[in-house]
Ligand binder design. Structure first.
Ligand code: HEM
Length: 428
């Protein structure tokens, strides 16, 4: 029996769409913009990029409630009556050959129970806290090497772009090392990773996807013959108690997802966090005098200026009451992590950066890494990289300073992400 498609006429009319997600002021100052929305209405109507309606969820408790509620799905085709994934179609329209769409559109982030449970269980058996911890000495070495070469990248005025020469190369090198990408291939992966996450040109994105998928396919074939003890080998060999394993396509998608999800995100935690500490000298002084504060400082920077502002949209599989609104079946909500992280109902004096704020080990109080089933798989790795990066950067360059005034730092007006275009510094 087919279920009728969601009925537009059943949608309650609560006024005109109020929020334009591409509004430049909102993109450049998401804290003020989303903060205003949060205080006006817990659930606000907005126009989605394709012109459809989306509901912004801005308060901490509501964001968590959505991310905990299995009636909100990640895969739009989980909604009875919807059988096309607009995102997958968009990738085809952008020129990605149809046979490659699955590698971008069917990641773990696009699945719901029970498929998600299966994938997450298999990957969690390999992407373990122990594996992340064992990588620490390499994270330290890679960091030290990058910091040593920073002066070579100074321009004639003695200015270095920290994003280009430290914040980007660190996470991509670490994830390549973790997965087991041979050293000679890493510049290629860095380029593909950049082309994929920057999404500046559809051709570049399409070519990078095809090249990367084929490269991963070849790497998997090679590793089946000659395992080398890296994450990829563990993913190839992983079985659950019933002998279930990842298919070839799932393996490729997982590696691609790890590289994409772990790359630009961590780079901008380092970029945003460095800018925040340099513009809050009292906080930086505390971190310098007590490097043991680094884990807390990273949690606080994730809360205060974390790079990912929103989760993926979640789709209502039935009419769902949320705060003072009913989200009609078939419509999507957009949890806004950044406004949850500055919700005064949850955090005292939320606009204040305070690296001594109390967090539990995982920092579950803030939502910078999401919440619930899809909570960031790489959070422990990102935190480790952040802790090493901030501690060693400020230790190695005690005179580090912004090369421009704080108000002249250029932020990229990009929806869903808080990131600088450049971070020009003087090493001192
Ligand atoms: C999921 C943020 C680093 C892998 C997520 C989600 C967020 C997030 C907000 C949830 C999205 C949603 O629910 O729609 C971040 C931030 C990072 C970071 C801010 C750095 C500061 C990493 C790293 C990796 C990674 C280093 C791996 C190498 C993943 C994966 C998921 C995910 C695989 C999907 C988990 C699932 O669907 O079960 N991340 N992430 N992330 N992240 Fe991260």
């Amino acid at each position: 029996m087919s279920t009728p498609a969601p009925d537009e006429s059943a949608t309650p009319d609560t006024g005109a769409d109020t929020v334009d997600p591409l509004d430049r002021d909102l993109l450049l100052d998401p804290y003020t913009g989303f903060g205003r929305i949060r205080e006006q209405a817990p659930v606000a109507r907005a126009r989605n990029f394709d012109g459809s309606r989306i509901w912004l969820v801005t308060r901490h408790d509501d964001v968590r409630a959505v991310l905990d509620d299995p009636r909100f799905a990640n895969d739009p085709t989980s909604v009875p009556g919807i059988d096309t994934d607009k995102r997958a179609e968009m990738l085809v329209q952008l020129g990605l050959p149809r046979e490659y769409v699955r590698y971008l559109a069917d990641s773990i982030l696009d699945t719901d129970r029970p498929d998600h449970t299966r994938l997450r269980k298999l990957v969690s058996r390999t992407f373990t806290v122990r594996r992340v911890h064992e990588l620490l000495p390499r994270v330290e070495e890679i960091t030290a090497e990058l910091l040593d070469t920073l002066p070579e990248h100074a321009d004639s005025d003695g200015v270095v772009d920290l994003l280009e020469h430290f914040a980007y190369p660190l996470p991509i090198t670490v994830i390549c090392e973790m997965v087991g990408v041979p050293e000679e291939d890493r510049p290629l992966w860095r380029q593909w990773g950049n082309d994929l996450v920057r999404m500046e040109s559809p051709e570049e994105m399409s070519e990078a996807t095809v090249a990367m998928v084929e490269h991963i396919r070849a790497l998997i074939a090679e590793r089946r013959e000659n395992p080398a003890g890296h994450l990829l080998d563990a993913l190839i060999g992983v079985r659950d108690e019933d002998g279930d394993r990842l298919s070839e396509a799932e393996l490729i998608t997982m590696v691609l997802t790890l590289v994409i999800a772990g790359h630009e995100t961590t780079a901008h935690l380092i970029g945003n966090g460095t800018a925040a500490l340099l513009t809050h000298p009292d906080q930086l002084a505390q971190l310098r005098s007590d490097p043991g504060l680094a884990p807390r400082a990273v949690h606080e920077l994730m809360r205060w200026c974390g790079p990912i502002l929103v989760t993926r949209p979640r789709w209502a599989t039935e009419d769902i009451a949320l705060a003072d609104t009913v989200i009609p079946r078939g419509e999507s909500v957009q949890p806004i992590l950044t406004s949850a992280n500055r919700d005064p109902r949850r955090f005292d004096d939320p606009a204040r950066l305070d690296i001594t704020r109390a967090y539990d080990t995982r920092g579950e109080q803030h939502t910078g890494f999401g919440h619930g089933l899809h909570y960031c798989l790489g959070a422990a790795l990102a935190r480790q990289e952040g802790e090493v990066a901030f501690t060693r950067l400020f230790e190695r360059y005690p005179g580090l300073a912004l090369a421009v005034h704080e108000q002249d730092l250029e932020w990229m007006p990009r929806p869903g992400m808080r990131r600088l275009i450049k971070l020009p510094l003087r090493l001192g």
